[in-house]
Write a protein that binds this ligand. Structure first.
Ligand SMILES: Cc1cc2nc3c(=O)[nH]c(=O)nc-3n(C[C@H](O)[C@H](O)[C@H](O)COP(=O)(O)OP(=O)(O)OC[C@H]3O[C@@H](n4cnc5c(N)ncnc54)[C@H](O)[C@@H]3O)c2cc1C
Length: 394
């Protein structure tokens, strides 16, 4: 019996092997990871660990003993070099690993930026434990930090660099940070928060070599590229990620793909989506773990993510997609900041978020995907929980 081989050492892979065992899968399980670390999650690398508040240990899903106790064989620091689907084996430098079912959880890597790489300045990208260690050390000794990219990682690093006492400049080509995700109404809040903390935001033009000349350290956060090479070389369909169905199955029924690398035909959203977020890695790992343990589980959850920057915590649910939205409803005070925001398209909530209003997340989850009365949603006097209950009751 050859069992399940999981390729990857991140949150998706680690969740998959955990859920396989939790759901009673009794066959062999092997986890093959390129990085020489126990499976780990990445959010603390740009938050608690980078700020110096948390030790690195917070990132690991389990200690080493857990894998031994649960019969999960770890092949760490041993990248999978090929998948031979006809023979049903994964190849590594150490040999061949046979599988009945294969899970690809190879994640994504930072997109490189030439203007930074050729700047002559020390440059950081942030993805791995080693990247975070180097960046944390660099921030401690860099008075002037230039960050390229006003996305989630760039802004979280900006907050950590300010906490370390650096003079921080963020270069973002769009007119506002996070503009493509949040739209102008809410992206402005993030711009204001960073300016209030002394970050110099340079918006609306691509970064030039001259912009980076004065920096002691450059950090690049301009997106990530899914690691599809293994799947593509094995002849599996790839298009911005490995293409999978709602059960996370590739064109080969014995091969699955999960997490950042998976481009899913999402049954609730009604379109393909590739999501690079923590909760999605957990949801995919959970769904595939259950499916392979015998309980076929589709990926139906709406995308969810969170961020922490300074004293701003936020959670976001949904995915407006390319069709976008035609109305934004903001409830609460965006200057405090403590508020909720909803994005609607043709009367349906396509996304919702809160900033520093943690009780709101359950009603937000209940409202996303539902048709609502936008005027009532906009009415500050109408309680959010009651609106969610009404929608649930039909
Ligand atoms: C610094 C940082 C902060 C983040 N913060 C947040 C946050 O606050 N909120 C949020 O929602 N999301 C956040 N994310 C995103 C989140 O971490 C990712 O969505 C998540 O890591 C995806 O998990 P994954 O297992 O799919 O991929 P990954 O974590 O990328 O893991 C994939 C692993 O597969 C390995 N691998 C690749 N190829 C092979 C091979 N051929 N053989 C063996 N192994 C291979 C890689 O080395 C890697 O270790 C953050 C990401 C980063 C980098």
């Amino acid at each position: 019996m050859s069992g399940v081989v999981v390729v990857g050492g991140g949150l998706a892979a680690g969740t998959a092997v955990t859920v396989l065992r939790e759901n009673g899968y009794a066959g062999p399980v092997v986890l093959v990871a390129a990085e020489d670390h126990l499976p780990y999650e990445r959010p603390p690398l740009s938050k608690g660990y980078l700020l110096g508040d948390d030790p690195i240990d917070v990132v690991y899903l389990h200690d080493r003993a857990w894998y031994a106790e649960h019969g999960v064989e770890l092949r760490l620091g041993e990248p999978a070099t090929a998948v031979d689907r006809a023979a049903g084996v994964v190849r590594t430098a150490a040999g061949e690993l046979p599988y009945d079912r294969l899970v690809l959880a190879t994640g994504a890597v930072p997109r490189r930026l030439r203007v930074a790489d050729e700047s002559g300045r020390p440059v950081s990208y942030l993805r791995t434990i080693e990247d975070a260690r180097r960046l944390r050390a660099a921030l401690a000794g860099a008075p002037r930090v230039a960050i390229v990219g006003g996305g989630w990682i760039g802004l979280e690093v900006a907050a950590a660099a300010r906490a370390a006492g650096a003079q921080v400049t963020v270069h973002e080509a769009a007119a506002l940070p996070l503009l493509a995700v949040l739209g102008p109404e809410v992206a402005r809040v993030f711009a204001d928060v960073h300016r209030a903390h002394g970050v110099d935001l340079r918006l609306g033009s691509a970064v030039s070599p001259a912009d980076l000349r004065g920096a002691d350290h450059v950090v690049v956060g301009v997106g990530a590229v899914p690691q599809t090479a293994l799947a593509a070389a094995a002849g599996l369909p790839v298009d911005d990620g490995v293409l999978v169905d709602a059960h996370l199955r590739t064109a080969d029924p014995a091969v699955f793909a999960i997490g950042d690398v998976a481009n899913v035909d999402h049954p609730v959203l009604g379109r393909r989506v590739r999501v690079e977020h923590w909760q999605t890695a957990i949801d995919h790992g959970t769904a595939v773990g259950r499916t392979l343990a015998g309980d076929a589980t589709a990926m139906t959850a709406q995308p969810y993510f969170y961020t922490d920057q300074y004293d701003l915590g936020m959670e976001y649910v949904g995915s407006p997609g390319l069709a976008g939205y035609d109305r934004v409803v903001v409830r609460g005070d965006t200057r405090e900041p403590r508020f909720t925001a909803f994005w609607l398209r043709a009367g349906t909530v396509v996304a919702g978020m809160h900033v520093n209003d943690w009780d709101a997340i359950d009603p937000i989850r209940a409202l996303v995907g539902q048709a609502v009365d936008a005027e009532r949603l906009a009415d500050a006097g109408a309680e959010l929980g009651a609106l969610a209950d009404e929608v649930a009751a039909g």
